[in-house]
Ligand binder design. Sequence first.
Ligand SMILES: Nc1ncnc2c1ncn2[C@@H]1O[C@H](COP(=O)(O)OP(=O)(O)O)[C@@H](O)[C@H]1O
Ligand SMILES: [Mg+2]
Length: 143
Amino acid sequence: MAAPVCLEYRIEGNDFMVAGAASNNIKNTLKMLGISSSVCTRVAIIAYEAEINLVIHGGGGVLKAEITEDRVKLTAEDEGPGIADIEKAMTEGFSTATEYAREMGFGAGMGLPNIKKNSDEFNIESEVGKGTRLYSTVFFNKQ
Ligand SMILES: Nc1ncnc2c1ncn2[C@@H]1O[C@H](COP(=O)(O)OP(=O)(O)O)[C@@H](O)[C@H]1O
Ligand SMILES: [Mg+2]
């Protein structure tokens, strides 16, 4: 692969109808580039969970994927309420999802743990009242 491929999506807050469209697009792009299905699956999980968090917690934001010859770098940024206790938020099963979001099938509290599990590099920065920025990188063998 010569030049990096950069994808950027504006994600609307609380829009359950289109939630998942951006991560699906990222997954299809990786497939098209011939990247292995195991890497596609890992990135799809990370991108989907990050996208859903922008929708149900972050009040919307921006999801980016940068694909270079040996890695996919994902960034999810929002200017939402932020996370007071990141360690707690990373705990399996912990969720502050609303009743409405739960009725829609979200809020199992497994998103951040699954993002971390599927990432080779992972970082999350957050400030209450300012927003949240999540980084994840998945490495693969050069194309
Ligand atoms: N972008 C975000 N903005 C604010 N809070 C967030 C964000 N992402 C995650 N959180 C907090 O971390 C918790 C755990 O997230 P996650 O593991 O994805 O579980 P779930 O989305 O099912 O609640 C959320 O319930 C929420 O409190
Ligand atoms: Mg989640």
